[in-house]
Design a protein around this ligand. Structure first.
Ligand SMILES: C[S@@+](CC[C@H](N)C(=O)[O-])C[C@H]1O[C@@H](n2cnc3c(N)ncnc32)[C@H](O)[C@@H]1O
Length: 379
């Protein structure tokens, strides 16, 4: 499987457009400028007081960890020093002036001057322009995202990291199912179908049931329209934070699914080990979990997509170390550990922790885990 996965991924990687490293740098510079400006505007007296900002309606409670992460990033870049103060407040000592609105706009103009990744840059810039409203929850990141169809395509399908990981996922599913008969795949958080499409293509000749699920009904309707007439395709709602996820799944096959597929969704789990345990309950022994995850929170993500990832309510709040750090993504070692505690063994990562790989700068990976524990614990 390893060779098939890497071959398919490298081929897809080589086939499409490559974004220049200068584009990443320009987006990073512009995002850092927007973050510095937003923190400066939120805390004009150099004190971050989340409770007061929430009471004043300037900061939705669920987004408060974003500001904490921004301050971490500004510290890493030497722009300020942060000291915890009483009452959950933070004192900020600026080490260099926050860029002016004009300098910030110029930084975004420079990022937009790159031809590749243009739709995505437009989205990042649009989100960066609305940081006060996003923080206050008066504008939703979804509305900025879905203004422009090209953006979702660039985020999940056409960019080089997604081409690599989606092709890798399709090859892994194919390699596992090919020797088996009457197989079944459960896709979790199928969303826009950017991973579904290459997977369905790769297994088109196999006898297969494919259960496409998401937490949002809109995505299910889209999937039904898109793959109308595809034999064996069903859809259903499934929330990875549902304590009864496995038992509430519509139509689980006897013996369990051969593959659970989860592309860019499992980081939404309030408790990753609990969700992974629930997924394992729906998968046959020796079955696979094929997942795609990004390990690094890039600055453009922290001014845009990150707002989509704030848990909607108390029931979905992170209960692992992320509750304290404000981070959203788990590192590869953290996923390996969560998988090992939940009835899985991590068999393969691609590209994995290889700094010399040309996709390393994206830090987005395919992870393939095998269900190993006959008795699944209660992580
Ligand atoms: C980043 S998108 C990726 C979607 C998809 N893999 C694609 O390629 O478009 C995350 C998806 O996870 C879904 N999602 C978010 N929270 C979820 C949850 N608690 N349970 C199940 N799905 C969830 C969203 O509705 C969205 O479709």
């Amino acid at each position: 499987m390893r060779d098939a996965v890497r071959r398919a991924a490298e081929r897809a990687w080589a086939e499409g457009e490559r974004a220049p490293v200068e584009l990443d740098r320009a987006r990073d510079r512009a995002s850092a400028a927007s973050i510095a400006r937003a923190v400066r505007d939120l805390c004009p007296d150099g004190v971050l007081d989340p409770a007061a900002l929430t009471a004043a309606g300037a900061l939705a409670e669920r987004h408060a960890p974003i500001v904490a992460r921004w301050i971490d990033e500004l510290e890493i870049r030497g722009r300020l020093r942060a000291r915890p103060a009483e009452g959950g407040r933070t004192e900020l000592e600026w080490r260099c002036e926050a860029p002016s609105p004009r300098e910030t706009a110029d930084a975004w103009a420079e990022a937009r001057s790159h031809r590749s990744g243009a739709a995505l840059t437009r989205f990042f810039a649009r989100a960066a322009d609305h940081l006060p409203e996003l923080l206050a929850d008066t504008v939703q990141a979804q509305s900025l995202l879905f203004e422009d169809d090209d953006v979702t395509d660039e985020i999940y399908r056409s960019n080089e990291a997604s081409r690599y990981t989606n092709a890798a996922a399709a090859a892994a599913v194919r390699a596992h199912l090919e020797p088996r008969t009457a197989t079944a795949v459960w896709e979790i958080g199928g969303g826009t179908g950017a991973t579904t499409e290459p997977v369905l293509d790769a297994v088109r000749d196999l006898d297969l049931r494919y259960h496409f699920t998401d937490v949002g009904r809109w995505f299910l309707d889209q999937a039904l329209d898109r793959w109308a007439g595809r034999a064996g395709l069903t859809t259903g709602l499934a929330d990875i934070n549902d304590p009864d996820l496995a038992s509430n799944l519509a139509l689980p096959p006897a013996g369990g699914y051969d593959v659970a597929l989860a592309a860019n969704v499992l980081h939404n789990a309030a408790d990753p080990a609990r969700t992974l345990t629930a997924v394992a309950r729906a998968v046959a022994e020796d079955g696979l979990l094929v997942m795609i995850e990004t390990a690094r929170e890039h600055l453009p993500l922290l001014v845009s997509m990150r707002f989509l990832m704030s848990p909607p309510g108390p029931g979905a709040r992170f209960t692992d170390h992320r509750a304290a750090t404000g981070r959203i993504f788990l590192s590869l070692p953290e996923w390996k550990d969560a998988l090992a505690r939940s009835g899985w063994r991590l068999d393969l990562t691609a590209p994995g922790p290889d700094p010399s790989h040309p996709a390393a700068r994206y830090d987005q990976h395919l992870l393939v885990a095998r269900r190993v524990a006959p008795e699944i614990g209660t992580a």
